[in-house]
Design a binder for this molecule. Structure first.
Ligand SMILES: [Ca+2]
Ligand SMILES: [Ca+2]
Ligand SMILES: [Ca+2]
Ligand SMILES: [Ca+2]
Length: 253
């Protein structure tokens, strides 16, 4: 009897192990390490820096509350941020509400140390493939400056403007800025610098690698804070600019 019980238990354990080893519990369709999911309902806002559009009402708020540049975490007067995402066939739309005690743009050349001026940083990986995107278009890391200029690193490692990828309107009252941003989604695999790149037509259920962050400087030589929308494991948390596998998954509902 004891032997039979042991045999059954052994068989159960063996089957369980095989089930796991064969990926029986793997439901993710992407290679992304990050398990944070974001959801975007359908809608088209008027891009004017105002959140009054009906289209924003159905979207939920997500926090920008993860410290990607430890050890100093800002208090809520220094920085606080949250955002919503919606979509239509033409673009992804972000509504970001940022509390920042001081807005600074100390580098007159927008391609120089742009991440050390206050800016919104939007990460998009069109096919949610994950993987390296430092010097290629596997994913984009759009740094949207206070003057609405958009910068990322090109495959030749130069810093470049991608102003035609994002339409950004910011409205600041006191220490609260509302950013309303439309983002065209490009297929990075077939993107050609200087070529006729046509943005993807977005469809329901599409999954996009995604994260939102804010670079906060308040008159220091370098940015003081880099806050992101999901946790990044390990000591070095400033890796999303080169590793799309760290991004969350945004699903178009
Ligand atoms: Ca609006
Ligand atoms: Ca600040
Ligand atoms: Ca990709
Ligand atoms: Ca600031």
């Amino acid at each position: 009897m004891k032997y039979i019980t042991f045999t059954r238990a052994y068989a159960f354990l063996t089957l369980s192990f095989l089930f796991c080893a064969c990926g029986g519990n793997s439901t993710t369709e992407n290679k992304n390490i990050g398990t944070k999911f974001f959801f975007a309902p359908y809608g088209t806002p008027v891009l004017d820096g105002s959140s009054s559009d009906e289209a924003w009402e159905n979207a939920e708020w997500y926090a920008i509350n993860q410290n990607w540049l430890p050890p100093y975490t800002p208090d809520s007067l220094d920085f606080k941020g949250r955002f919503k995402v919606i979509w239509d066939e033409n673009m992804l739309y972000i509504l970001a509400e940022i509390t920042d005690d001081t807005l600074v743009d100390t580098h007159s050349d927008g391609l120089v140390q742009y991440f050390d001026d206050d800016c919104l940083e939007v990460f998009v990986d069109e096919d949610a493939s994950g993987g390296d995107h430092a010097y290629n278009y596997n994913a984009f890391a759009y740094h949207i400056a206070l003057d609405n200029k958009v910068v990322d690193i090109a495959p030749d490692s130069s810093k470049r403007y991608y102003d035609d990828h994002c339409i950004s309107l910011r409205n600041t009252v006191g220490n609260i800025s509302v950013w309303e941003v439309g983002i065209k989604i490009f297929d990075g695999k077939n993107y050609v610098d200087g070529g006729e790149n046509i943005p993807k037509t977005l469809k329901q259920m599409k999954k996009i690698g995604f994260a939102l962050a804010y670079c906060d400087n308040d008159h220091s030589p370098e940015r003081e804070h880099f806050m992101g929308s999901m946790p990044i494991e390990g000591q070095d948390k400033n890796r999303a600019w080169q590793d799309a596998s760290l991004l969350g998954i945004l699903e178009l509902k």
